[in-house]
Design a binder for this molecule. Structure first.
Ligand SMILES: NC(=O)c1ccc[n+]([C@@H]2O[C@H](COP(=O)([O-])OP(=O)(O)OC[C@H]3O[C@@H](n4cnc5c(N)ncnc54)[C@H](OP(=O)(O)O)[C@@H]3O)[C@@H](O)[C@H]2O)c1
Length: 301
């Protein structure tokens, strides 16, 4: 039995489908039975509950030969983002130990080697350390900036005809599609090809700037002149809090943007076949366009 946390999310749902296709038995964790239903219909077993609930998580991990563990993002209005990460991280670690799980693939991030200055990624640094203290085999996957993050710009593009955030538009970033992370997760869970404590970088298909990424996306959504602009941190903070982020969450995201601007996330890693993944921004732009067109459509109705 393999257990997937965050199973209705970007990575979890694709990893689950890939594992079921390979004939693996999979238990999926989520808080909402109806959202898990599709995975149950294709063969998964559902465990419905919260990753903050230690007895529930221990039970859900029982009998697992391996677990895919993530700390899901909380509601961005949460008073303390880092407390949420600490609570869920401790619950996952305690449940892995109590259920005597032998292997865990942990969703970490580029920048997780740093203990400060990276916003929410500091919580993933702490989670790596927490899991390294356990007596089990751990593979920390450190993916770079998700291409799916670009979809957060959809409302702004719709309203103002431009994309933007606090990250510079003119520096190269490594960017990855979550489908590629899911393929790695499924592959490692099926093969259990790691021992002790290991770390693997996942850097996407190539490095590109946000201006280049939105150039490709703009052409795909019929806005060939779509521009990406960098907001100053104060404007970005204001925009986030006005759209419902707590000031704590907004502050952490600004800190992470600064770390990206300073090149702390993956750009200086040597690329090789093992850390490069297939999905290009041109391919991802097709999914972006489908969501964008859906959003425009919904708005018009
Ligand atoms: N964005 C980036 O650039 C980046 C880069 C590196 C690493 N990461 C990591 O990637 C993670 C997100 O991965 P993703 O995009 O695959 O996830 P996602 O799409 O945000 O989905 C996470 C899932 O977790 C479930 N969940 C949320 N809170 C829960 C709780 N308290 N108890 C149980 N289940 C809960 C939710 O399902 P239900 O609502 O159905 O319960 C949700 O579908 C981040 O948290 C971060 O750690 C992100």
């Amino acid at each position: 039995m393999l257990v997937i946390t965050g199973a209705t999310g970007n990575i979890g749902k694709t990893a689950t489908a890939l594992l079921l296709e390979r004939g693996e038995r999979v238990r999926v964790i989520g808080r909402d039975r109806t959202k898990l239903q599709h995975l149950v219909e294709i063969g998964a077993e559902a465990a419905v509950g919260d990753l903050n609930d230690l007895p529930f998580v221990t039970d859900a991990f029982k009998g697992a030969k391996a677990v895919f563990a993530m700390i899901p993002p909380p509601q961005f209005s949460i008073a303390s983002f880092r407390n949420h990460q600490r609570e869920v991280g401790e619950t996952i670690a305690s449940a892995l130990a109590a259920a005597k799980v032998g292997y865990v693939v942990n969703l970490s991030s580029q920048g997780a080697e740093l203990s400060s200055g990276t916003g929410p990624v500091v919580g993933l640094h702490e989670q790596e350390e927490r899991l390294n203290r356990l007596d089990l085999n751990v593979l920390h996957l450190r993916p770079t900036y998700f291409m799916e993050n670009l979809m957060a710009s959809i409302p702004f593009i719709r309203e103002h005809g431009i994309a933007g955030s606090a990250v510079r538009g003119d520096i190269k970033l490594a960017m990855i599609a979550t489908r590629d992370i899911a393929e790695k997760v499924a592959g490692h869970l099926a093969a259990l090809d790691f021992q002790g404590k290991e770390v693997r970088d996942l850097l996407g298909e190539r490095d590109l700037t946000l201006q280049e990424a939105f150039g490709v996306i703009g052409r795909r959504i019929g806005m060939p002149d779509l521009k990406y602009v960098q907001f100053n941190p104060d404007e970005a903070f204001k925009g986030m809090t006005m759209s419902g982020f707590s000031s704590d969450t907004a502050r952490l995201f600004i800190e992470m943007s600064k770390a990206l601007n300073e090149g702390l996330f993956g750009v200086n890693r040597p690329r090789n076949a093992a850390n490069t993944t297939p999905t290009s921004i041109e391919e991802f732009a097709k999914s972006f366009a489908a969501v964008y067109q859906g959003a425009v459509h919904m708005h018009a109705e």
